[in-house]
Write a protein that binds this ligand. Structure first.
Ligand code: SAM
Length: 298
């Protein structure tokens, strides 16, 4: 199937010259593709998979890039291994969103875990990923994965106090079904369901592409977890607009983001990772001055 609408070329469709473009008011990111492999309008969003030339198959939701086969490891390794390496003894992990399966794949590498609950609102994302992103959706059959297709906000509101060691918010941007995942009410509930040494990691948007949201959510996290307990770390993701993306790390107790556990670190060689290593872990928390200024505590 060809996507006439996303073509920047106009005129007759050319086999190898079709562009997908993600844009906000002032910035755009384009990838040339060889056609669309999947397209479904779900109850929540438009789910599409494109066959790009540079980055392999690419999942988009409502026209925004979620992940690609060739650079997915940056996001999935960094959202997962940073908290898994610093928590002293994680047993239960909750993933909110994450329907492509990449975060679950990374988390499930830790055999000491008892359960990983993943709450994805849109089963079409899981369906498309299983079919067209099999290297990312590689762990859906894992016996410790408890996949729930429902709203993550509702799940968190109803979860028991202090029931998870780590909560990862692997969400879309704050539009559509993801909007409620960027609110103080939601993070307050996440704080409640974390055990006393629990950690929350969220994808916290781009300091360059989503400046307003980026600044506001760090204020919000600090109001809930405390000024000293909230940290930002940065990654390089070529297929996200501007290439600069951030994650937040918020500790309920005193689990420092820089204090890696020796026994967790000893597992790394068996994981065959493409981005994460102990040096990247430390370096990712070193922020450029302009980012420090944007989110310095008031
Ligand atoms: N890596 C991506 C990014 O930042 O571009 C995000 C990954 S994508 C798989 C995020 C997932 O969050 C989507 O599959 C979406 O359906 C899911 N999602 C959005 N709102 C949700 C909600 N309220 N509850 C559960 N999942 C939600």
């Amino acid at each position: 199937m060809r996507d006439e609408k996303s073509s920047e070329e106009g005129g007759p469709m050319r086999t190898k010259n079709v562009w997908f473009t993600e844009r906000n008011d002032n910035i755009a990111l384009s990838l040339k593709h060889d056609g669309k492999l999947y397209e479904q309008e779900s109850e929540f969003q438009k789910v599409e998979v494109y066959k790009t030339f540079a980055y392999g198959n690419m999942l988009t939701l409502d026209g925004m890039v979620m992940t690609t086969e060739k650079d997915e490891y940056v996001y999935h390794e960094m959202i997962s291994h940073v908290p898994m390496q610093t928590h002293p003894d994680p047993k239960r992990v909750l993933i909110i969103g994450g329907g492509d399966g990449g975060t679950a794949r990374e988390i499930l590498k830790y055999e000491q875990l008892e359960e990983v609950v993943m709450v994805e609102i849109d089963e079409k994302v899981v369906e498309a990923s299983k079919e067209f992103l099999p290297s990312i959706a590689a762990s859906f059959d894992h016996p410790k994965l408890n996949l729930k297709i429902e709203d993550g906000i509702k799940y968190v509101n109803e979860a028991a106090d202090e029931s998870f060691d780590i909560v990862l918010v692997d969400s879309t941007d704050p539009v559509g079904p993801g909007e409620g995942l960027f609110t103080a009410e939601f993070y307050t509930q996440v704080h409640r369901i974390l055990k006393k040494d629990g950690i929350m990691v969220t994808q916290s948007e781009s300091p360059r592409f989503n400046e307003k949201v980026f600044v506001e959510i760090y204020d919000c996290y600090r109001g809930i977890f405390g000024k000293e307990n909230v940290h930002c770390y940065l990654v390089h993701i070529p297929t996200y607009p501007t290439g600069m993306w951030s994650f937040s790390y918020s500790a309920k107790g005193d689990c420092s983001p820089k204090q890696v556990q020796e026994k967790a670190q000893a597992l790394l060689p068996s994981f065959d990772l493409n981005y994460y290593n102990p040096e990247i872990h430390q370096a990712a928390f070193v922020l450029p001055n302009f980012v420090q200024k944007m989110i310095q505590p008031k």
